[in-house]
Design a protein around this ligand. Structure first.
Ligand SMILES: Nc1nc2c(ncn2[C@@H]2O[C@H](COP(=O)(O)OP(=O)(O)OP(=O)(O)O)[C@@H](O)[C@H]2O)c(=O)[nH]1
Length: 429
């Protein structure tokens, strides 16, 4: 299904898709977020009327789970509890009150053997490129349908190029990239027939050109121990989920991972992280709801160093980039961390929700200034026709894109490849 064409104001200011596929302008999004005490996120907010699931049941190690053969065991760490790769960590978790201040890291290293998971029938796993194509199918079909409707065995003329430019801009690729594509198509092709395949090939090449310089793997071999990763971003963009997915990757490489539950505003966020830690065999440092996030980060840094961790993944509460007091809190977290290691955080990852479209450009700018973002993770590319925004961000900011997420499952995060992404979004076979 092709995406509804956006009006001029929509194109100018960007907007967000509503669950029914309609578009919501940034102003509407901001109004909805301002009206809500916890700004918009994809996860259901905690509500006293929500069904309460005891945390013990959620963490039941004997629940049916699948073994992921890729995970190795470290001699000195509990084995990660394998999970079905497509099972998301539900954020629909009861606000389990933390009974007592919990100053000790959990998942203490122990020699205890983890319970053997019950054998489970496993779905055949699709390759990453297949998952990427499937995830980007909404973005690519919106583009390819737009292209097909213009290039219908006609000879190339200026009006077709103008229409194409419109389609590319609507797909959030950015004006510069849209112009680069139409300019390239125009060279030597006027008055000649041009196929949709030719157009898609040029699209893929130009997108790859823009993305190639930013497709950089996240380097954990810098000699920092622990390598401190601070995860920042707007509410619901996928910080906690990305930490879980990242932990899985690092643990499968044999690294010792600790998580710090720096979203001290919401008990459910801590619970969500705790589940990811349990699943991936990482340690977690958590505190009472309402605790000082900077203090928690400081303690986690010390714990991680004491325990000889390779990587410390610090979660933070989601915050809108225009909430000054929350952005100041983030600055404080960084200041406090630097008391222990002036170079930390060694990586500041900004998660961007692809469905927010143009607003993501603004998020990169402000989080970049406040938190010194070193790299990006774009999530939810599977839930939008606006995946092209990654191209506009790359063209404008040039920040490394380390990973992209195309689903809620633990395997739905992969290092970013410019070629794969460009081919997938252009609908190349
Ligand atoms: N479809 C899809 N969903 C995702 C992806 N990444 C995260 N999610 C979902 O997005 C929702 C929010 O993710 P979280 O990880 O809780 O986001 P967060 O940034 O930590 O949220 P806050 O703590 O509210 O700031 C969850 O339901 C995730 O499962 C993705 O790549 N694709």
């Amino acid at each position: 299904m092709s995406e509804k064409k956006r009006g001029f104001l929509g194109r100018l200011f960007g907007g967000k898709e509503t669950p029914d596929g309609q578009e919501e302008t940034v102003a509407e999004t901001a109004a909805a977020e301002a009206a809500s005490p916890e700004p918009a996120g994809d996860e259901p907010e905690l509500d006293v009327e929500m069904e309460v699931r005891p945390a013990a049941a959620i963490n039941d190690p004997f629940r049916p789970i699948q073994m992921d053969a890729a995970l190795g065991r470290l001699p000195d760490m509990p084995p990660p509890v394998p999970v079905p790769i497509d099972e998301p960590v539900s954020t629909d978790v009861a606000p389990e009150p933390v009974a007592e201040p919990n100053n000790e890291p959990e998942n203490e290293l122990s020699d205890e053997a983890a319970p053997e998971p019950e054998p489970a029938t496993e779905e055949p796993k699709s390759s990453w490129v297949q998952r990427l194509k499937k995830g980007l199918s909404r973005s690519s079909s919106s583009l390819t349908e737009g292209i097909s409707s213009i290039f219908t065995k006609r000879k190339l003329d200026a009006s077709m190029l103008e229409e194409l430019e419109d389609v590319l801009i609507q797909a959030d690729l950015g004006v510069d990239t849209a112009m680069a594509i139409t300019e390239r198509l125009s060279v030597g092709r006027f008055d000649k027939e041009i196929s949709t395949e030719d157009v898609r090939a040029v699209l893929a090449e130009e997108v790859e050109k823009v993305l190639e310089p930013v497709a950089r793997p996240l380097d954990f071999t810098t000699g920092k121990k622990p390598h401190v990763v601070l995860m920042v971003g707007v509410n619901g963009t996928g910080k906690t989920t990305t930490i879980g997915k990242l932990s899985q990757k690092l643990r499968s490489e044999g690294k010792k991972v600790m998580m710090a539950a720096g979203d001290t505003f919401r008990a459910a966020a801590v619970e969500q992280l705790r589940i990811w830690a349990g699943r991936t065999g990482a340690e977690i440092v958590a505190r009472d709801t309402g605790s000082d996030a900077a203090g928690l980060a400081y303690d986690a840094m010390k714990e991680a160093a004491d325990k000889d961790m390779d990587v410390l993944l610090i979660d933070t509460a989601g915050r809108l980039q225009n909430r000054t007091e929350l952005m100041e809190e983030l600055e404080k977290v960084i200041r406090v961390i630097r008391k222990l290691d002036p170079d930390a955080p060694h990586t500041v990852l900004l998660t961007l929700d692809a469905t927010t479209g143009q607003n993501a450009l603004n998020q990169v700018e402000i989080f970049g200034k406040v938190a010194g973002v070193t790299g990006l993770v774009m999530t939810k590319l599977d839930g939008t026709a606006r995946g092209g925004i990654l191209v506009a961000i790359a063209a404008k900011h040039g920040l490394p894109v380390h990973f992209i997420g195309v689903g809620e499952g633990v395997a739905d995060l992969e290092p970013f490849s410019a070629k794969d992404f460009a081919g997938a979004i252009a609908g190349m076979a």
